[in-house]
Ligand binder design. Structure first.
Ligand SMILES: *Cc1c(COP(=O)(O)O)cnc(C)c1O
Length: 435
């Protein structure tokens, strides 16, 4: 399979190149040249298959031409090493709990998959060069990537995060690891971190000096594997007796990698009725659906900070996937947005009415689904992080004590180590060249 750039000005890339480069030469995002289809037999028997078997079948459709089968199966098994249960919150509304992984957020799936894919290319193709992974984070990406890549030989990870912009628990998860993980504290906001990473990929001198790639959801090895759990969610709903074609899926969205992987699944034949993108006040996609004009803006800080993205990078992929046609997008996807106040209100109401504790991101998803679900539909929203990851916020808003899971406690005992950096590119480049 070859990958083309959404900007259409770069040569086609192999999977290895797309994973090792992250972003294409023309700053576009890589897209698979074909949408692989899944057999009717697989789609028909899905409800009887395990998460790992479903993951493998979907992975094979995307990567089967480029990764040897037994290796691919191992990569999938090592990625899907934790359960992804679908929990009923109230009648016809389910939460897909993606937070049972090592760092308690959905990004563990993509990060683990991508780390193992890089390792595979290193061994299978005898390419001994060190790959440097740059990742900009508003909190959750950094921890998932750092942990997914920790100790992976031949890979160094640089995590860029906004000073004062991530919660103490999140910060511990990528600043205390050491080994091949370096944390960089940028004097700016998340968009500045993302801009530094993008500029680094475009800098000729840096690229001559080192192999650089991205582990943000611009990387195909990070976002495509996220489609696995949508198949599994539908399989679980089918098992409960629902028909995929009545299912509405609601995704709390920031950079839109997660929603985008669901849309790929749908285009590959996964039965689903429609999608909802839930936004916080960073509502670029919501406004796009209304006006038909894509107008990015600076991100604003909210209590659902992993969604504080003003210019979602995967918009380019969604646009491409729907033939650059806003009406085709509107026919399949709607969007809703919520203020911090509405998010808080939702967290309290849901807890009081159902006993389910939402984190601020999942709260956007739950509310958007609840507000727009029709009687003849069943829906699930993604609970993208464990409420303990946003413990202070959740406790303050709901007044309910959230215990810290052991896995999180372990991180908090480490010592914080990070390098301070200005938000201008020259400072960042110097730092990379020196380390
Ligand atoms: C990253 C993240 C999101 C947003 O996901 P995208 O793929 O960037 O849209 C939502 N919730 C949580 C908890 C996250 O960590």
């Amino acid at each position: 399979m070859f990958y083309y750039s959404t900007n259409a000005q770069a040569p086609l890339a192999t999977l290895k190149k797309a994973v090792q480069k992250g972003l294409a030469e023309d700053r576009g995002l890589y897209m698979p040249q074909r949408l692989p289809s899944l057999s009717a037999q697989f789609l028909g028997s899905m409800k009887n298959l395990s998460l790992s078997e479903i993951g493998f079948q979907v992975a094979r459709a995307f990567f089967g031409e480029d990764v040897e089968e037994t290796a691919l199966r191992r990569i999938v098994d090592e990625t899907l090493c934790f359960p992804i249960p679908l929990r009923e919150v109230e009648k016809n509304i389910y939460a897909l709990e993606l937070f049972h992984g090592p760092t308690l957020a959905f990004k563990d799936v993509g990060a683990r998959f991508m780390a193992r894919m890089l390792q595979y290319f290193r061994h299978a193709e005898g390419d001994g060069r060190t790959v440097n992974v740059l990742v900009a984070t508003s909190g959750d990406t950094g921890s998932a990537v750092a942990n997914g890549f920790l100790g992976v030989e031949g890979v160094r990870v640089f995590v860029l995060y906004p000073k004062g912009g991530v919660s103490p628990i999140q910060e511990c998860q990528f600043t205390t690891l050491g080994k091949n993980i370096t944390a960089i504290e940028v004097d700016g906001v998340f968009d500045d971190c993302q801009a530094l990473v993008k500029s680094a990929f475009m800098d000729a001198e840096l690229n001559q000096h080192m192999v650089l790639t991205s582990a943000n959801s611009i990387n195909v090895a990070r976002f495509l594997p996220q489609s696995f759990y949508y198949f599994h969610a539908i399989a679980q709903l089918q098992q409960l007796g629902f028909d995929g074609n009545e299912v509405v899926c609601c995704v709390p969205s920031g950079n839109f990698g997660n929603l985008c992987s669901a849309l790929f699944g749908h285009k590959m034949g996964l039965p689903m009725k429609r999608f909802i993108a839930a936004n916080n006040e960073n509502d670029t996609f919501f406004r796009y659906l209304q006006s038909g004009v894509y107008e990015p803006k600076h991100s604003v800080a909210t209590i659902a900070n992993a969604m504080d993205v003003g210019d979602p990078s995967n918009f380019a992929r969604i646009y491409e996937l729907y033939g650059k046609d806003v009406d085709a997008i509107r026919a399949n996807i709607s969007a809703l947005r919520y203020s911090d106040e509405e998010i808080s209100e939702t967290m309290c109401q849901c807890m009081q009415q159902t006993g389910y504790i939402l984190d601020p991101h999942g709260a956007c998803g739950y509310r958007a689904l609840k507000e727009s679900l029709r009687r003849d539909e069943v829906g699930f929203f993604l609970e993208t992080a464990h409420p303990a990851k946003f413990r202070d916020t959740v406790q303050r808003i709901t007044g309910h004590e959230v215990p810290i899971p052991e896995r999180l406690q372990a991180f908090m005992q480490g010592t914080k180590q990070s390098i301070a950096c200005q938000k201008d590119f020259e400072a960042f480049k110097d730092l990379l060249l020196r380390t």
